[in-house]
Design a protein around this ligand. Structure first.
Ligand code: PNW
Length: 489
């Protein structure tokens, strides 16, 4: 894939925020350091077949040890902001008492960022629930929302004087539905409609944290990051495909957007899950009076993560016609992440795919941003993740070339620009990811970084996409193709 020919240079608004993102378990390593206890990902990654090649986050990018070097890298790339997550099991090991040694790491990180003129963009939960809390029921237990609130306030107590941008949850869809319905992610449970119970408790925790942070400091910028999709029927003339796309939209987007931005669940959610139970009861039994008022507390930011298009079908297709790995697990039996959705599949539509077998559909991002504006009263949007896994070409001189990733960024940034031109209030963009890292169920097999990591030596090398992205961040514009050659060459 080459950058689309004959594209003009496009300029972003002057105060547009440019950054790169990571997550604690994916980069930190040092899983036993300074009092950290296991998270559900430490446990899950040890289940045979759960993670490709048996990889774990034990070493990862050794960011816990190399943090100053990594901040220097962000500075060298000229990025205005760095989106990272705090590890709950470092800060409150086993979900118990606060641990100052764990908090110190993030305090030093924040200081280092600020000293280098980089705005910290902090995520409280990027999937690393303390294992002890999973043993007590995990996100299926309402109490976990309370524990999350207490943990969040501990982090606020240590960093609230210096961090302005707070994100409660990263992609609760993955935590809830890959974690408790499909089993592709930790804790690996496959309990049908339980995913909706987990989703509700995650969102309850989100709302509780927003309420408390808001009353602690009215000037904070508070948000949540969702991974949203633009599901289309694979064949719009096939009723089964139209129905599958409708369920994907419902169980992926609306299940979070509606309670968050309208204060109510779509009644179709209960209708679509009629007769399904978890522990003998319908999932809606977990919703108590007042919960939706908490969940829909006003936000300053909606974070949107976008990776791929989705053409859904509800019909049988030969396995080779299906996209391999979008929500499939590489090597362990798993279930559909959509409650009752065992018939939902994603056939190939002839679009290019990345190393994850995810369809490249940049205009889907434009449409998604437009739909958020049209369908909801949305706060300002930041694209908090976008990026792609492709193999890197390492040259004899050690330089790393990734023309496909560069083209992916070029196309998706143009798609964001189209949405802004159309009047959507998008204020920033974070590349996923700063570094190659532990890609969850795919271990170290898939590389998403704009900076290459040689795991044998931990050497970091900015890729050609990283150098290109740095130029975009510095100039606030995506260069026309002829300029690209000059900038990257
Ligand atoms: C997101 N799916 O994860 C996460 O926020 C990142 O931590 C991750 O590295 C990145 O996207 C790339 O995968 C997802 O199966 C993982 O649909 C899996 C899915 C979606 C998002």
């Amino acid at each position: 894939m080459n950058p689309t020919p004959d594209q003009p240079t496009v300029r972003f608004p002057r105060d547009f925020l440019w950054g790169a993102a990571t997550a604690a378990y994916q980069i930190e390593g040092a899983v036993d350091a300074d009092g950290r206890t296991p998270s559900i990902w430490d446990t899950f990654s040890r289940i045979p077949g759960a993670v490709l090649n048996g990889d774990t986050g034990d070493g990862a990018c050794e960011h816990y040890l190399r943090m100053p070097e990594d901040v220097a890298l962000i500075k060298e790339l000229g990025l205005g902001s760095y989106r990272f997550s705090v590890a709950w099991p470092r800060v409150r090991p086993d979900g118990g008492a606060p641990n100052s040694a764990g908090l110190d790491f993030y305090s030093r990180l924040v200081d280092q960022l600020l000293e280098n003129g980089i705005t910290p963009w902090l995520t409280l939960y990027h999937w690393d629930l303390p294992q002890a809390l999973e043993a007590a029921g995990g996100w299926l237990a309402r109490d976990t929302a309370e524990r999350f609130h207490d943990y969040a306030m501990t982090v606020y107590g240590a960093l609230g004087d210096r961090v302005r941008h707070w994100t409660t949850l990263n992609e609760p869809w993955c935590s809830a539905f890959l974690g408790y319905t499909g089993g592709q992610h930790a804790p690996g449970r496959q309990e049908g409609v339980a995913g909706l119970v987990a989703a509700h408790h995650l969102m309850l925790g989100h709302g509780m944290v927003v309420e408390s942070l808001r009353s602690a400091d009215a000037d904070l910028s508070l948000g949540i990051t969702l991974n949203l999709t633009v599901a289309e029927p694979f064949d719009p003339a096939e009723p089964a495909d139209v129905d599958a796309a409708d369920r994907v939209e419902l169980f992926w987007n609306k299940v979070f957007l509606d309670p968050l931005l309208t204060g109510a669940y779509d009644a179709r959610l209960a209708a679509r899950t009629a007769g399904m139970t978890w522990q003998g009861r319908p999932w809606e039994d977990c919703v108590r009076d007042g919960d939706l008022a908490v969940i829909s507390v006003p936000l300053d930011v909606l974070g949107v993560n976008y990776y791929h298009g989705d053409g859904a079908s509800g019909r049988i297709h030969p396995p080779e016609a299906l996209l391999g790995s979008r929500v499939e697990h590489p090597s362990r039996p798993t279930a559909s992440p959509f409650p009752g959705g065992e018939d939902i599949c994603f056939p190939r539509r002839g679009l290019p795919v990345t190393g994850m077998d995810w369809e490249v559909q940049p205009e889907g991002l434009t449409r998604l941003l437009q739909r958020l504006r049209d369908d909801y009263d949305v706060p300002p949007i930041y694209v908090t993740e976008n990026g792609a896994a492709y193999p890197d070409l390492v040259g004899p001189d050690g330089s790393v070339h990734d023309p496909e990733r560069l083209a992916f960024y070029d196309q998706h940034l143009r798609a964001v620009h189209d949405a802004i031109e159309d009047g959507v209030d998008v204020r920033g963009y974070f590349a996923w990811s700063l570094l190659d890292n532990f890609e969850w169920a795919y271990g170290y097999d898939q590389r998403f970084g704009i900076v290459h990591v040689d795991y044998a030596t931990q050497r970091r090398t900015p890729k050609s996409s990283g150098r290109w992205f740095a130029q975009v961040a510095r100039t606030g514009s995506v260069p026309g193709v002829s300029d690209d050659v000059v900038a990257v060459g």
